[in-house]
Design a protein around this ligand. Sequence first.
Ligand code: FAD
Length: 405
Amino acid sequence: MSKEFHYDIIVVGAGPAGSSAAFIAAKNGIKVALLEKESSVAETVRTSGVTWIQNIKEYGIPDDCFNPIKNYSFCSPNNEVTISGGKPQAAVLDVRKTYRLLAKQAEDAGADIFVKTNVKDSIKNEKGDIIGVSANNPEGDILFFGKVIIDASGFGSVVSKSMGFVTQWKRFGAGAEYEVKAENVDSETWWLMVGEKYSPAGYAWIFPTGKDTVRIGVGVGKPESSVDPTERLKELMESKEGPISKLGKITPIEFHYGLIPNDGLSRKTVYNNLILVGDSAGQANPLVLEGIRYAIKFGRVAGSVASQAIKSKKTDESSLIPYEDNWRKEIESKIKSAGKVQNRWIGLSDEQWDKELDIIKELKSEEFLDFIKADFGLSNMLKLATHHPRLAVRQLFGLVKDIGK
Ligand SMILES: Cc1cc2nc3c(=O)[nH]c(=O)nc-3n(C[C@H](O)[C@H](O)[C@H](O)COP(=O)(O)OP(=O)(O)OC[C@H]3O[C@@H](n4cnc5c(N)ncnc54)[C@H](O)[C@@H]3O)c2cc1C
């Protein structure tokens, strides 16, 4: 006989989306189980952890969870630009510490966390609606029943797949990264490296995590390129390409590898008794494939809407739709515009990248940050699309000027 547990909400996956959903639901007095297949939260790191200080402060993430960044450098094969802003705005997270803190917030609010609990399948009622999940842990099989299930299992979307609602993402980013100790680290400056030698459809990066540590990585768009990011990363580190040469002696500490959806906001994210959130919903900014702040933000919205639905004893699709309305209103048009810029970037030759960096040089720090964050409506960036004296600049920003329409 399998063990059985009964909760109001079952959250699958203790990444930033799942922990944030569990936190808000538990805070609302709802009985929540948070299921994680690994032995501990964030045992495996699958992300570079770049995000924005303003956003994470709102979620109670303290200063000792990140390294602040205030200079944003880009290089292409024959060009280079550094945009410097006064106050640090970007953050490179201590991913393990941050993800564990988010899970602790959920636990402190009353959620029960089950680690080493690998969800295998969904449990359905006679109408075919989800009413729970089956999992196994080292002791055997377990059934978790809930009124609402939140699929926060990331790229694999295990619950939604088992319901037959989704198939594997077709377009995605594959990233490989080494966290390394390095001789010469400028801890306030990140590097994004573009062009064929770094990544044929994507970019390479150096993200400082502290005074003498950085993450060096390569992201490759699939199916656009067949390049293996791990191989490319090793080549770049061996040949000390571009700004990697400035780091001096490099000693690897830890290897990270992960996949991130890049299919736009193509998925429906609510069904009867089921919500998809974070990477399982494809909620990522396609320009730099960052999704952590969205995972936290919309994880919280998912937890809140699911709590309300449970309190009103109606958990069908129409009761959960406010969640989908919320996130679509917030990011859909921005992500669409960012997708257009990404499509332009994926097609650029090395020479065109050199010129693109000249365009980026025209940006003030605030404009650059709003642009890279896909927060297109915020600065006077849209004016660049119509009033800038250079045609190339107007063309780039023309891609984003229909935002909100
Ligand atoms: C190489 C790379 C670099 C990235 N860099 C950045 C970046 O710099 N900044 C940024 O904002 N975003 C970045 N991202 C994206 C970011 O990591 C994700 O958008 C974010 O982690 C999504 O959070 P999530 O909670 O939805 O999913 P995840 O963080 O993937 O969490 C899912 C959780 O579910 C668990 N799980 C999976 N299957 C099961 C199962 N069957 N049973 C139980 N548990 C399960 C997993 O173990 C995991 O803990 C990057 C992604 C990659 C691949």
